[in-house]
Write a protein that binds this ligand. Sequence first.
Ligand code: AMP
Length: 466
Amino acid sequence: MYMPKQKTKEKKPKRKAAATAEASDKKLKTYALLRGMHDVLPREEKHWKNLYHTAENLAEHFQFSRIETPLLEEANLFIRSIGKGTDVVDKEMYVFEDRDGNKVALRPEATASAVRAYIMHGMWNMSQPIKLWYWGSMFRYDRPQAGRYRQFNQVGYETIGDADPVADAELILVAHNFYKDLGLPVEIHINSIGTPEERQRYKVALVDYYRSKRSYLCDDCKQRLNKNPLRLLDCKQERCQPVKEDAPQIIDWLEEESKNHFMKVLEYLDELAVPYVLKSTLVRGLDYYTRTVFEVYPAVTDAGAPTSVGGQQSALGGGGRYDFLVEEIGGRPAPAARFCLGIERSVSALKQYMDANKIKPPVQKFDAYLAQLGDHARRRALKAINELRSSGLKIDYNFSKNSLKSQLEAANSLQVPYALILGQKEVQDGTIIIRDMESGVQEIVDQKKVENLLKKKLSRFDDDKK
Ligand code: AMP
């Protein structure tokens, strides 16, 4: 039998089918985002930039040094620090085995990583406290909804190696200043949850009390009663509110030292004129907190609506003291405190507030708009833009626009004071036109002189900038 002929016969349609499938695949296949993930689009950039600069400025001012830690760490680092029984560890961690069989996790928060770095790089050997700050992505396999993502960004500040209430107050001041500098009114809620021993005694009293009210509780609270009793105080269900209101308050379980520590934090805040609201039910969701805990909420103003998650008002950020975490994950004892805030939620609250109050976001200011007409001019224009940029001038342009009219319209809507116009004739003559956008007056100048001339013209606005 002569086989090859048959073979080629079989192959042909296969290849064709594969090619067709590939072509239709190319044509049809679009990709969606994974659930809980989101893009930050260019239109958001001005807000993100604003927040970043605010965060960085505060870090410089209050002497926090930038730290970058990996997104991926040993899973146990988070399990040990955040604690079994917390939502973050039990339900929300992205944990998997890498190719070597190591159990790793995408960081759900960065405090544990910062503390790991503090221990690992011998920062305990340096002059204390060590003050660190970071900005980056965190991952929690949470139920996605408005303001709650599976990948989101946080900025955080950590003070490690200082037990004094001044460290707590300083971090709350950073939180207060952050939103003040952004122009977003917020409320700071504060409480003390004492030492682990004080909290343990309080938990017994809380569980006793809640057991006696079991039949009035929602299903979640019935579970919390056994698994994580402090979270009972977090419940937002209507039916649990009367029970919560009469619950024992942790402050009554604090010993002298913890009470004094808390009083001193509050005295500092009074001295600094940082307003706060005492919240006896504030406990925070992570195990490592001791003594001071605080949260930041958008203030409810007449015009500005607060952000919400699932219909509930949601915290923009939070923090507190964590005096035993360093020791817990293998370091020498070092008392510490933190503040951390969510970027997405802060941006969203800021936008809502600005919209409600008709506040326009700051627009990027350009010194001039360069309009070009024709191929030669475009080539010369790119060079000119680069030269002007090197001399510190900010020039806007759009090479996809060809008509002078549309380019001048763009310059107008950007409210630039000057347009530079480059046509074929100007390229040939080595000149450029400077147009005063307000008066419409134009002058032809030597291209070599345009930089100085433009700077001289712009200097008349210097007084406005002061
Ligand atoms: P936490 O680390 O839980 O104290 O969270 C601090 C802040 O991070 C919160 O107040 C939120 O602004 C933000 N945040 C926490 N979880 C999420 C999430 N799943 N999606 C978006 N932002 C979050």
